[in-house]
Design a binder for this molecule. Structure first.
Ligand code: S6P
Ligand code: ZN
Length: 195
């Protein structure tokens, strides 16, 4: 019989989002986000000023297999490329019939979700908000506040991540600041899924 996995706990720093212990920390910088922002000139200008840290992920050490639940914290720093808010790359799960829960710990942000048939869903998040990402929906988060936007994510161990779909097609919508508030706009660079 397979040896039982022992229960365990981790500690999340509610202010910084740091998870302890964690398996690894992923850092995504501006250079990792090439082609993801609409305003290519604003992207180059900002990159010339330095390769800013856009977001960071602390991931728990749990096997990536069916039956497990993986959790991690994401910290998105405040800022914009042109008028588009700092955001995550965004992904679909490789096993697309897997859901995910996002629990906001700090700051303010938005969760943009998109289904393969073109449907879009958009949720505002603040400290205490629990968002449910239903199976089959690609998801990306943006920091729309002026301090760090921090959330905890929990998802099935065998979900996996497909970044390719978002890199190739983008999201149908982008989130920009207009008149001092976030506005959802059509992304002219979006390539729709074939029927
Ligand atoms: C994982 C979950 C989050 C993201 C994280 C970074 O399924 O959705 O932990 O991995 O927010 O976003 P991304 O799109 O770079 O993985
Ligand atoms: Zn996910």
């Amino acid at each position: 019989m397979r040896e039982l996995m022992r229960p365990f706990k981790t500690l999340v720093n509610m202010k910084s989002g740091q998870l302890n212990p964690c398996r690894h920390v992923i850092e995504r910088r501006l250079s990792d986000m090439k082609g993801m922002y609409l305003d290519a000139q604003a992207y180059s200008r900002l990159l010339n000023q330095g390769d800013k840290l856009i977001y960071k992920v602390y991931e728990v050490d749990v096997a990536q297999e069916a039956g497990q639940l993986i959790y991690c914290t994401t910290i998105i720093y405040p800022g914009k490329v042109g008028n588009e808010y700092f955001m995550t790359k965004g992904h679909f799960h490789l096993k697309e019939d897997t859901a995910e829960i996002y629990f906001c710990l700090q700051g303010e942000g938005h969760l943009l979700m998109q289904a393969r048939d073109g449907q879009v869903s958009f949720l505002q998040m603040k400290s205490g908000t629990i968002a449910y990402v239903s199976p089959y929906w690609g998801h990306r988060t943006m920091n729309t506040g002026d301090k760090e936007f921090i959330f905890l994510a929990v998802f099935p161990g065998d979900a996996g991540h497909n970044y390719r779909a978002v890199e190739d097609r983008g999201f149908a919508k982008i989130l920009v600041e207009e008149g001092g508030s976030p506005q959802l706009k059509r992304n002219p660079k979006y390539v729709a899924e074939p029927e």
